[in-house]
Design a protein around this ligand. Structure first.
Ligand code: ADP
Length: 260
């Protein structure tokens, strides 16, 4: 398998055709190749198709045209090596936090014991130790979202798709989660595609940032982020990080959209 083309999107179009309303051209001619272990973010104005792109990669929404391959396989439905974090955590209310985190392990029929330890470790890492036996309604929205992230990571998926996962968190928790995510990514060697509204967040996390135009989303530019790793939050004060942020923001100013 070609590790330089771990995720391959070529000439992707998506047109939604609802029965009772007019079609929406959500994505237009998206081409993107992600190498194994790379961290790529997607930014763009609301409604430009970012979530649609992730759902197509996850096999949850069919494409209209083009090629979409993940880990050497044509995506026609959900693949076992892909994990997804949604904007809201959608935990099962009748299961405890630990039981929720374990769902992907059960669904895939993996052995419970080693993964249970991993689940507990992940929960500790996101500041949820002591909450394993609690139910979702006993946790704040931010805590539930962190549990949702543990659930996506528990089976160590080769590819992680994250849709604005930290949008609901307060600024400090969000920064902490960014640093933790980079640590997990470095240790696991995962390939991550990350959707965010925050340009600084995209710059801090990514190897490359794909900038989409307003709907229908087209690739405006793919910006390589030249910041050394490992990165600490302080790097965002550097001139180079600032230049990357400005460059990306320029696309939105040019389009008359300010979205960050
Ligand atoms: P983003 O994540 O960038 O905000 P989305 O991918 O959610 O954008 O949506 C892109 C466009 O497609 C929007 O105009 C949205 O209304 C439309 N859209 C999204 N999902 C559906 C759907 N299931 N049916 C019809 N239109 C949809």
């Amino acid at each position: 398998m070609d590790e330089d083309r771990w995720i391959e999107v070529d000439g992707l179009h998506k047109i939604y055709r609802p029965r009772r309303s007019r079609p929406t051209h959500a994505l237009s001619d998206i081409t993107l190749t992600v190498r194994r272990g790379e961290f790529v973010s997607v930014v763009g104005p609301s409604g430009c198709g970012k979530t649609t792109l992730l759902k197509i990669l996850a096999g949850l929404v069919p494409r209209s045209e083009g090629t979409v391959r993940v880990a050497g396989r044509d995506v026609t439905g959900p693949l076992p090596e892909v994990g997804m974090v949604f904007q809201s955590p959608t935990l099962l209310p009748w299961r405890t936090i630990l039981q929720n985190v374990m769902v992907p392990v059960e669904v895939r029929g993996l052995g419970t014991r080693p993964y249970r330890e991993r689940a507990e470790r992940l929960l500790g890492m996101v500041g949820l130790d002591g909450f394993e036996g609690r139910y979702p309604h006993e946790l704040s929205g931010g805590m539930q979202q962190r549990a949702g992230i543990c659930r996506a990571l528990v089976h160590d998926p080769a590819v992680l798709l994250m849709d604005e996962p930290f949008g609901a968190l307060d600024a400090l928790t969000r920064e902490h989660m960014n640093v933790e995510l980079l640590r997990i990514w470095r240790e696991s060697g995962q390939t991550i595609v990350f959707v965010t509204h925050s340009i600084p967040e995209a710059v801090f996390l990514s190897d490359r940032v794909m900038v989409l135009s307003p709907r229908p989303g087209r690739v405006a530019e793919i910006v390589g982020i030249e910041l050394e790793r490992p990165r600490a939050l302080g790097v965002m004060g550097s001139d180079r990080a600032g230049a990357h942020v400005e460059r990306i923001r320029g696309h939105f100013d040019a389009a008359g959209v300010f979205d960050s």
